[in-house]
Design a protein around this ligand. Structure first.
Ligand code: NAP
Ligand code: MG
Length: 498
């Protein structure tokens, strides 16, 4: 593939404002707009619509009107359109990556894998849908059993700010492939790339198939989950809001997919190459600025190598380059908002109070020219497994380190949290690796390579990390319902019911 020319941040032109996209048109929201801010500089980049009940109502109506035709579109045509969306994302990726970098404060270089993964999502479901309906229909005595999958209908989808394009792709691709129509609520803190991209998507798809209602969670999000016209809810975000979404779906008796938080263990066996393991561990808790549900934030190190490992971990953490997000050599950018940065720093205070030891980091730092930004050092905290700092999601570039001796003990520590999204294991011993992986309560386990996302691998959480799986064929099940039709060749003989 040809490499696209890099884009300079100063050449990026955001629209003056981003209203909701309803029935293929950009609409004026009745309650006005919210500023979209670059967290690294404090600069207002643009404005996003502040949607509420009225816009959500119109969007659900548009999605509902578009549903019959879209759900009857042939799978070949849906596949072709999903590939076209992938093409458009590919063609526009350099511009969108820079927009997302400015909007989120995350380092620019991280968007290469983000966008690769997002483009693959559309191509994956463009292909997967072509074989999805291959049949279980068969003749039965005196007739035929037909089984078929149908779309669920109008899907309400709510996503967070940390990886906006990945989240958009995870939600749109399987739902569209399975023949559903959509109302998407992106996050208020970062959605400019999503608004730009979905404008392009709306031009590809029939009117009303994808509608987008930006705004506050308590307004646009709440109106969406409460709307009686929604047939399926899909949510990625915090456990508290996830619980509310799940409860609402329960009351309405509609299906729900929840991708929630994480506090994933990263287990280090004593046989590893320490330098390589340290590198993998640092990547595992600092990538995405530490703002991801999947990170390996509890590093569990075998006693035999604990001292050496921790010493090298600190040295490696010191080298992580904190800097302007748009600089390609930066590895840690700005936290998304002052609120999140304060929350992270508050966790470090909690850690100290409960007797944990901050071995490195723990501070906000200033980056020249970006004095407004919320840059936080990679932070390593020695903690007991039951301390809050080792149990609760921090959502910042911080990890706890804890020692272990016995493999059964480390499995118990690894599982002893409310979450179960992901886990990492580092060892050269295949038996240790696979036996441990089998016993971990986690939806994704990565052996010797943290965050090794592969197309077709089901992604989702055990326990409070959520309900359902995305990223794989299972997502098509989550956006479909089955119908069985039993056809008899003729009516039963008269008198059969005596
Ligand atoms: P959040 O508050 O739960 O927000 C997520 C989304 O829900 C946002 O679009 C938000 O809108 C919206 N929302 C908030 N209140 C709502 C309500 N009452 N009704 C409907 N929607 C509502 O999460 P966050 O703090 O922004 O994001 C961080 C959390 O997301 C972390 O806990 C992290 O673990 C989780 N996360 C999980 C995954 C995963 O795949 N498992 C991925 C990324 C993040 P606004 O923010 O615009 O107000
Ligand atoms: Mg922003």
């Amino acid at each position: 593939m040809e490499t696209l020319a890099p884009i300079h941040p100063n050449t990026i032109e955001f629209a003056e404002k981003y209203g909701p996209i309803i029935n293929g048109e950009i609409v004026e929201p009745i309650n006005g707009y919210i500023d979209a801010v670059n967290p690294a500089t404090g600069k207002v980049l643009s404005k996003i619509g502040r949607c509420g009940k009225e816009e959500v109502n119109q969007a659900v109506q548009a999605a509902s009107t578009a549903l019959p035709a879209w759900s009857n579109t042939s799978i070949e045509e849906r596949s072709r359109l999903l590939n076209k969306i992938a093409d458009v994302l590919e063609e526009n990726q350099e511009r969108l990556k820079m927009m997302e970098c400015l909007d989120t404060g995350r380092p620019l270089h991280e968007f290469d894998p983000d966008y690769k993964l997002s483009i693959y999502q559309f191509r994956y479901f463009a292909s997967a849908i072509l074989t999805y309906y291959e049949g279980a229909s068969h003749p039965v005595q005196n007739g035929y059993l037909l089984t078929k999958k149908e779309p669920l209908g109008v899907c309400g989808q709510i996503i967070p700010w940390n990886v906006p394009m990945i989240m958009t792709a995870f939600k749109l691709a399987p739902a569209l492939a399975a023949g559903n129509t959509i109302v998407l609520k992106p996050a208020e803190d970062a959605c400019l790339s999503v608004m730009e991209f979905t404008k392009l998507v709306a031009d590809i798809l029939p009117k009303g198939v994808v509608n987008v209602v930006p705004g506050y969670g308590v307004e646009a999000g709440q109106a969406l989950i409460d709307h009686p016209g929604i047939d399926k809810l899909a949510f990625t975000g915090s456990v508290n809001v996830g619980r509310l979404v799940g409860k609402t779906a329960g009351e309405k008796i509609i299906p729900v997919t929840l991708e929630l938080g994480g506090k994933s263990p990263h287990i280090v066996f004593p046989d590893v190459d320490i330098d390589r393991a340290v590198e993998n561990a640092v990547f595992g808790f600092t990538t995405f600025n530490g703002q991801s549900c999947i990170l390996g934030t509890r590093i569990l190190i075998h006693d035999d190598i604990y001292e050496t490992f921790v010493e090298k971990l600190i040295e490696r953490a010191k080298q992580v380059k904190i800097g302007p997000p748009t600089d390609r050599s930066t590895r840690l950018g700005s936290i998304i908002s002052e609120k999140q940065a304060k929350r992270i720093l508050h966790y470090f205070e909690i850690a100290k109070k409960e007797g944990a030891k901050i071995l490195y980091g723990g501070n906000r730092v200033t980056v020249q020219g970006h004095e407004h930004g919320y840059f936080i050092e990679p932070t390593i905290i020695e903690a007991e497994p039951d301390m809050r700092i080792a149990q609760e999601e921090i959502f910042g570039p911080a990890a706890t380190v804890t020692r272990w001796n016995d493999v059964n003990e480390v499995i118990k520590i690894a599982n002893d949290v409310e979450y179960g999204l992901a886990a990492g294991i580092m060892t050269n011993n295949l038996e240790n690796a696979l036996q441990t992986a089998n016993k971990l309560e986690a939806g994704s386990v990565w052996i010797n390579s943290y965050f090794n996302f592969q197309s077709g691998a089901p992604f989702g959480g055990y326990k409070n990390s959520g309900v359902g799986r995305e990223y794989s064929k299972e997502a098509l099940d989550a956006y479909s319902q089955s119908k069985s039709i039993v056809a008899a060749y003729q009516l039963p003989p008269a008198g059969f019911f005596k």
